[in-house]
Design a protein around this ligand. Structure first.
Ligand code: GRF
Length: 203
């Protein structure tokens, strides 16, 4: 009987959310383990975090495959090989192939550093989100965690938490305030989803 879910975390960068997920698995808050890290980029610090934690990682770049079908099949096989139950996107800058979304529907989640549906879509990632929020003179921003579907930043919202935006904020200051929330909110949502999956497996 399964007592832990197996997570794949998809990254493209420094991986502070990956770290918080790893730490919350280690502490037992999330009833799961990060079994695989998939990165769209090489030489990112998230890969170092994976290595330090003894987690296997793979660099996945669709361009390296002869065609899209082979790239899709490779990723599906990889997720099967590692018996992945949940995919958590954590700063992953690429679209997840629709075949993967279809197979993991309801079990694939993303974190966005703004209050969706605002400040979403193409180009809205990293500091550009916080810059746009500050330029629009918003008084609040925050974190949204949503299920992933075939449309960028679009699926069902699972959790949102607000953060104040102060007039003198720099994008970096706002990012830091929001990241702090991300590091507690994402593990909570992943914990809930993990518990649901474990419950379903036991039935
Ligand atoms: C986070 O702000 C997350 O919301 C967004 O990308 C950033 C990733 O940061 N999707 P990190 O790599 O987890 O530090």
């Amino acid at each position: 009987m399964a007592d832990k879910v197996r997570l794949a975390v998809f990254i493209s960068g420094s991986g502070t959310n990956l770290q918080s997920i790893i730490d919350n698995c280690t502490s037992g808050f999330i009833p799961g383990e990060v079994a695989l890290v998939v990165s769209s980029k090489k030489d990112v610090y998230g890969l170092v975090r994976a290595e330090k934690a003894g987690i296997e990682s793979v660099i996945y770049r669709r361009k390296s495959f002869p065609d899209g079908k082979i790239a899709d099949d490779y990723l599906l096989d990889l997720l099967d090989k590692y018996k992945i139950d949940i995919i958590a996107l954590a700063g992953y800058l690429k679209m997840v192939p629709p075949v993967v979304v279809a197979r993991y529907r309801g079990r694939i989640v993303n974190i966005h550093p703004a209050l969706l549906p605002k400040y979403s879509g193409k180009g809205m990632y990293g500091m550009s989100v916080h810059r746009a929020v500050i330029e629009a003179k918003e008084k609040e921003s925050g974190v949204t965690i949503h299920a992933v579907d075939e449309v960028y930043d679009h699926g069902r919202i699972l959790a949102r938490e607000k953060a104040p935006v102060f007039p003198e904020d720099t994008p970096e200051e706002l990012a830091a305030r929001i990241l702090k929330i991300e590091h507690t909110l994402y593990p909570k949502v992943i914990r809930e989803l993990s518990e649901e999956i474990l419950k379903a497996k036991r039935q």
